[in-house]
Design a protein around this ligand. Structure first.
Ligand code: PGA
Length: 253
């Protein structure tokens, strides 16, 4: 059985002080939660403070980052390296989010290098893939997702794959309030697992978590999480309110 993972992607929200308040509230609401892995991915500026709070609480909440630069150190002004994140207690890193691909122009080559860098540092990538609305309407969603998987996982070895998380995030569903139907999301997640099986073998693919992301809210989370190939959620907007995020965690368990 795969343990569901619910990860909150805070994006460019929450000052340090606001982040501390949100985590305190989450720790209170999620106290005693079992049968799910929970992670928060604050902005870089709040990682240190949130890390301290989480360690002091002893709660099993994982710390994630939203991005990194795939070099250990160097003259890369404004970037953050894998060892810097690792040293703060970060265990998960979101890679290839569509906002980085679409707004900041990240291509599959850079995304693949980031996946490699996260694994090399002993952390877990949450690799985001998903199609644009026009690609879905033209019947190209599966082709797009397959191509992203192939390119972004190019250097991943079979022995490393089990630690990876894939998040299917149709771009048209992110922050729009439009969710994929549970059936559509299940169809794509099952397709993704099939591609992972072809690449890494059935057994490893069966152990890998494939999340859904895109307007997951307390009122649609149960239906989505009930699907056999949806192993959790990457939650944006609804992760910024402690009650909503906690309700989504409850829906997954
Ligand atoms: P959303 O974002 O939940 O606000 O749609 C999801 C994501 O971007 O990971």
């Amino acid at each position: 059985m795969r343990t569901p993972l619910i990860a909150g992607n805070w994006k460019m929200y929450k000052t340090n002080q606001e982040a501390v308040e949100l985590v305190r509230e989450l720790l209170r609401l999620l106290d005693g939660t079992q049968d799910a892995e929970i992670a928060v991915c604050p902005p870089f500026t709040a990682l240190s403070e949130v890390s301290r709070l989480l360690s002091a609480s002893g709660a099993p909440l994982a710390l994630g980052a939203q991005n990194l630069y795939p070099r250990k150190e160097g003259a890369f002004t404004g970037e953050i390296s894998p060892p810097m994140l690792k040293a703060l207690g970060v265990t998960l890193v979101i890679v290839g989010h569509s906002e980085r691909r679409e707004i900041l122009g990240e291509d599959d080559e850079l995304v693949a290098a980031k996946v490699r860098a996260v694994l090399d540092e002993g952390m877990k990538p949450i690799l985001c893939i998903g199609e644009r609305l026009e690609e879905r309407e033209a019947g190209g969603a599966f082709r797009k997702v397959e191509a992203q998987l192939e390119a972004d996982l190019a250097t991943v070895m079979q022995s490393e794959a089990a630690g990876m998380v894939i998040a299917y995030e149709p771009i048209w569903a992110i922050g729009t309030g439009k969710t994929a139907t549970p059936e559509d999301a299940q169809e794509m997640n099952s397709f993704i697992r099939g591609r992972l099986a072809a690449r890494f073998g059935e057994e490893i693919a069966a152990s890998m978590r494939v999340l859904y992301g895109g307007s997951v809210k307390p009122d649609n989370a149960s239906e989505l999480m009930a699907m056999p190939d949806i192993d959790g959620a990457l939650v944006g907007g609804a992760s910024l309110k402690a009650e909503d995020f906690a309700a989504i965690v409850r829906a997954a368990t």
